[in-house]
Design a protein around this ligand. Structure first.
Ligand code: ADP
Ligand code: MG
Length: 278
């Protein structure tokens, strides 16, 4: 879906590149996490994915379209929707449904279709009943849901969330993750989940680890989390379930598999104890 080919990027007047020689592919329908410490290049990478920034070296192809070709940018931005960290910076109008219509209007879509898309998008994020509300009166989590709806109304193939849950309370965060997961599994939308939270990254099929502008790992969550020293060096945490497992192992209690979600962990513990009792 998106191909990065040896991408480097240098901000003007910067001492060192924000991204160095990054190559990888984001597959159709996959859910990819991008993790990294503050300043590791996550947002710079996100902005390469829809041509908001162009590589200083190398190239980015979105559905085969090179982001450096200006005539393709509108198409590229329609394919790759982006939601940022601060919910207050993303809403532009005074009524929720107008905000969601903003994107498709800019694409020149007929108004009857816009109506349908807006209703559908608000429904998908559970915000239908707020369509006539004022965005600035909503909670942070609701604002992010409206921002996601605004992207959905453009019918993107890829949704990029750049620390989109980081300013939300746990409930708002859970709602967003649940919606994103559903869009991925039901609509086969590719998702790039940029986060500093390992628990969020654990939900994805692969994790890309950035450190000082370099891609140092791109693997399945279990493989990444096994490398505690690497994560620590990159300034990242190890997920709680992984720490819990190694802490149990030190006490001689070994579980089957590498459960990363709390329910799977509970299942593994239950399984281990039902087998000792037999
Ligand atoms: N507009 C900018 N001008 C110059 N340097 C920038 C700019 N934005 C980010 N940087 C630098 O680029 C590096 C990567 O930043 P960023 O992509 O924002 O990282 P992250 O999102 O992982 O925190 C950092 O060293 C940061 O200071
Ligand atoms: Mg960032």
């Amino acid at each position: 879906m998106i191909e990065l080919d040896n991408v480097s990027f240098m901000y003007e007047n910067a001492a060192r590149p924000a991204l160095s020689n990054i190559s990888f592919t984001i597959e159709d329908g996959e859910m990819l996490a991008v993790v990294g410490h503050n300043g590791s290049g996550k947002s710079t990478l996100a902005k390469q994915l829809n041509g908001l920034l162009l590589p200083t070296q190398g190239r980015v192809l979105v559905d085969g379209m090179d982001t450096s070709i200006e005539a393709l940018l509108l198409k590229i931005r329609q394919r790759v929707g982006m939601v940022f960290q601060n919910p207050d910076n993303q809403l532009v109008t005074t009524i929720v449904e107008e905000d969601v219509a903003f994107g498709p209007e800019s694409l020149g879509i007929p108004s009857q279709q816009i109506r349908e898309r807006v209703d559908e998008a608000l429904y998908a994020v559970g915000m239908s009943e707020y369509k006539l509300h004022a965005p600035h009166m909503l909670s942070g989590g609701q604002k992010q849901r409206v921002a996601i709806a605004g992207m959905l109304a453009m019918r993107p193939k890829v949704l990029v969330l750049d620390e989109a849950t980081s300013m939300l309370d746990p409930e708002g965060r859970r709602d967003i993750l649940e919606i994103v997961r559903r869009l991925n599994s039901e609509l086969n939308m590719s998702v790039v989940l940029i986060t500093q939270l390992m628990e969020e990254a654990a939900m994805c099929s692969r994790i890309a680890v950035l450190s000082q502008g370099e891609l140092i790992r791109l693997e399945a969550p279990a493989a990444v989390f096994r490398e505690e020293a690497m994560l620590c060096e990159a300034g990242l945490d190890v997920p709680e379930m992984v720490r819990l497992r190694s802490s149990l192992e030190k006490r001689g209690i070994f579980l089957e598999g590498e459960p990363l979600a709390i329910n799977d962990f509970a299942d593994a513990v239950a399984k281990r104890y039902s087998s000792t009792r037999q």
